[in-house]
Design a protein around this ligand. Sequence first.
Ligand SMILES: CC(C)(COP(=O)(O)OP(=O)(O)OC[C@H]1O[C@@H](n2cnc3c(N)ncnc32)[C@H](O)[C@@H]1OP(=O)(O)O)[C@@H](O)C(=O)NCCC(=O)NCCS
Length: 176
Amino acid sequence: MQHPRDLARANIPSLRKPRSEDGAAIWELVRACKPLDENSMYCNLIQCDHFADTCVVAELKGEVVGWISAYVMPNDPETLFVWQVAVSEKARGMGLGTLMLKSILDRAECDDVERIQTTITSDNEASWALFRKFGKTQGTGLDVQPYYTQALHFQNRHETENLVTIPLAQSLARAA
Ligand SMILES: CC(C)(COP(=O)(O)OP(=O)(O)OC[C@H]1O[C@@H](n2cnc3c(N)ncnc32)[C@H](O)[C@@H]1OP(=O)(O)O)[C@@H](O)C(=O)NCCC(=O)NCCS
């Protein structure tokens, strides 16, 4: 018989850096997480392979149930850009999105990161809730500005993406 502690652990997703072999499962997860833009499988492979240090996979019983793609901006090493956050329906509402974001920022590769940025369309309530909550935990709030606009950047095929900037509490503490 399994120890209750081991049973409890078996139901907690484990977080780790991705490997290229995860690319296909991540591609499927992103496709299942509407309204995320679908990527090519190749795009997810590259993210897993080249950007593993700033991406995270959540696994539950061998299944990929969570994913964040992110990278340190090539022209701004103090900013972590969060590209996509995906949590499988079966793992939502347990704080996994927040946990994954924090786990990336806790890595040594993010020691110099002072803020995160992401883009969110106006109607993505779950995404706003996730990042508002993160802003609250940092005590710094959100700066929001229209960025990739429907008419100018998307030929009216996609809603405007608002650029959201959240300074990290640790960076403000360092500056004080
Ligand atoms: C957005 C998403 C990643 C959130 O994942 P999650 O693990 O359920 O998020 P968390 O449990 O960490 O929730 C963080 C906060 O957001 C809130 N939240 C999550 N989903 C929500 C929803 N659909 N509507 C309103 N609030 C929501 C939670 O209640 C929580 O706040 P609280 O602790 O004050 O209650 C997940 O719903 C998802 O994959 N959605 C589809 C893809 C998507 O839109 N991704 C975001 C693009 S970046």
